[in-house]
Design a protein around this ligand. Structure first.
Ligand code: ASP
Length: 598
């Protein structure tokens, strides 16, 4: 190699050694006579001193060096003079006294600082991603990602899993998004679809007798711009034969309990992972991916206020609705403006209104002594003191707290309170950033009613097996059928999901019919699956974990773009390559494509 050591590895024990380093100029300081260069490579930064008394020619070369120049330096490792050490830097007790130096390549002035962790406009970072990735934080994210994937591979290898690649050019494998299509040159007018996941392929591998498969798989989903999605993303995709839910979810619990201390020792993990039903998480947290690092639980107040003369409450309950609330600790100090903001947030999520009740001015004192004068609430004139106290008690509130109460259709009440819970959790910084609170959510409904197209859709995907005892309900009350589906959630994100699968052609066809497919369509799109199930398909199930999201959580990053080497923008554009881009008329004609004037 062009170097004998890496910059970041030099320590006191290297003092006296002759080394050759190569890397980038992180910083250059000219102390009139002495020039110091902080030289950076992947492993870190070390100081190099250029003294004209040691080598005039070398000092002359250093004079020409600028930020981000690529240079090679040889010299002796020495202790830094007393008083000039930098204990913040792992190499901070030593420096290299340069005897020889060479500029390998020059650099234009970069469009942003690489040696300072400052806020930079994201599009500029994406346009010059190769420079952005030079920044230590980004480099560390890529290393963390590598360590995670390596850990997973070793873990699964030790348990008898085989990594198998599946095709990218294939047919639609629906996961609820639009497909990316690739036109065929050889077969005019026909298209491949990029897989939304390897779902059908991994199931066919089970029919093939592989028994334990996994893949670090790229998936493609053409979704409308949503906050933190990427058109292509990576998942750990896994499938096993002859298993029940517990075999799969226990193994993943074990994986994370081993993985986190190994690659992110500063983070704590709550174990065992709670297993909650979909109904329970919706009722308690208003979300199917709750952040369990803090409580702020939703409580049902319907029985407490059913007889209230406050008609918003009593009429909601009489109409089959619910009244529920959460308690914001110390929230009595919220200003009127803050309360209005919470109300418009609730309205934005579909609630008719939000009842806010502050209990006293500040903490201290007993709720027993609460009087109507101590309460700030537009609803106070309609509610009795006893009703307010009963609500406060149910919500385990103390003096100085704030009650947020919503009345209406049960599902809506839960989801709006869930959003308020999430907002307040982050406003009050209730979640410990070094804690990972995993949980499994189970017993999802198999179907959800798609209002827009007026038909049933799969809550997960069409291959999920329903509970045996719910199969008779498929024709009579599809909404009551539960799927053998499990999601793994962590800190408010869904990081994985999977299910036991259908493995008989009859049941699979029945599900497709409920989803509105005609028989010819089923045969055209999924005939290969139904046929495979006629050749001794074993019972099987699997899971997929979002690698990008897990690395994001471990890295403490804000978006998955921070942990993907070359992500696309929120509008699905690659700014370095400027993709997508137009293609030549010749290419289009080879693909039998004529563009339409829009
Ligand atoms: N195919 C599913 C997904 O990509 C995961 C699974 O069911 O294994 O979300």
């Amino acid at each position: 190699m062009l170097k004998s050591h890496s910059c970041g590895e030099l320590r006191k024990e290297h003092v006296g050694r002759e080394v050759t380093l190569a890397g980038w100029v992180d910083r250059r300081r000219d102390h009139g006579g002495l020039i110091f260069i902080d030289l950076r490579d992947r492993e870190g930064v070390v100081q190099v001193a250029f003294n004209p008394e040691v080598s005039k020619s070398c000092h002359r070369v250093a004079n020409k060096m600028r930020s981000e120049y690529v240079v090679r330096v040889s010299g002796e490792v020495a202790l830094r003079p007393p008083g000039t050490e930098n204990p913040k830097l792992p190499t901070g007790y030593v420096e290299v006294i340069a005897r020889d130096a060479e500029i390998l390549n020059a650099s234009k002035t970069p469009p942003f600082y690489i040696n300072e962790d400052v806020e930079i406009e994201e599009n500029l970072r994406l346009r010059y991603r190769y420079l952005d990735l030079r920044r230590p934080r980004m480099k560390d994210n890529l290393i963390l990602r590598h360590q995670l994937v390596k850990f997973i591979r070793d873990f699964l290898d030790a348990r008898g899993f085989i990594e198998i690649e599946t095709p990218i050019l294939i047919k639609s494998t629906p996961e609820g998004a639009r497909d990316y299509l690739v036109p065929s040159r050889v077969h005019a007018g026909k298209f491949y679809a990029l897989p939304q996941s390897p779902q059908q392929l991994k199931q066919l591998l089970m029919v093939a007798g592989i028994e334990k498969y996994y893949q670090i798989a790229r998936c493609f989903r053409d979704e409308d711009t949503r906050a933190d999605r990427q058109p292509e993303f990576t998942q750990l995709d896994l499938e096993m034969s002859f298993v029940d839910e517990d075999d799969i979810i226990n193994m993943f619990e074990e994986l994370f309990i081993a993985l986190v201390p190994a690659i992110k020792p500063e983070m704590r993990i709550i174990q065992p992972f709670p297993r909650l039903s979909y109904t329970e998480v919706m009722n308690r947290f208003g979300s199917d991916k709750p952040d369990l690092r803090f409580s702020l639980e939703i409580k049902d107040l319907s029985d407490v206020v059913a007889q209230s003369s406050f008609s918003i409450f009593s009429s909601a309950i009489a109409g089959g609705g619910k009244v529920k609330g959460i308690c914001v600790p110390g929230g009595a100090t919220y200003t009127r403006r803050q309360l209005e903001e919470l109300t418009s947030l609730a309205q934005g999520f579909g609630a008719k209104g939000l009842v806010t009740v502050t209990l006293g001015e500040s903490a201290g004192g007993s709720l027993k002594d609460l009087t109507l004068e101590m309460i700030r609430s537009a609803a106070a004139k309609f509610l009795t003191l006893d009703e307010i106290k009963a609500m406060a008690e149910r919500l385990e509130a103390k003096m100085g707290d704030l009650l947020l109460v919503i009345a209406g259709e049960p599902k809506l009440v839960n989801t709006v309170l869930g959003e308020l819970r999430r907002t307040i959790g982050s406003q009050l910084k209730l979640a410990d950033p070094n804690l990972l609170a995993f949980a499994y959510v189970q017993n999802f409904p198999l179907f959800r009613w798609d209002k827009e197209i007026g038909r049933w859709d799969s809550e997960h995907h069409p291959f999920t097996r329903p509970w045996d005892e719910d199969i008779p309900l498929i024709d009579t009350s599809p909404e009551k059928v539960r799927g053998r589906h499990y999601d793994l959630v962590c800190n408010g994100y869904e990081i994985g999901g999977g299910s036991l699968r259908i493995y008989t052609p009859e049941l699979q066809r029945k599900i497709f019919r409920i989803l509105g497919y005609r028989d010819e369509e089923i045969d055209e799109r999924f005939g290969h699956m139904l046929e495979a199930f006629e050749y001794g398909a074993p019972p099987h199930g699997g899971i997929a974990l979002g690698i990008d999201r897990i690395v994001m959580l471990l890295a403490g990053a804000e978006t998955i773009r921070e942990v993907i080497a070359f992500p696309k923008t929120q509008s699905a554009v690659d700014l370095t390559f400027n993709a997508p881009s137009p293609v030549s008329e010749e290419q289009l004609s080879e693909l039998h494509i004529r563009l339409r004037e829009e």
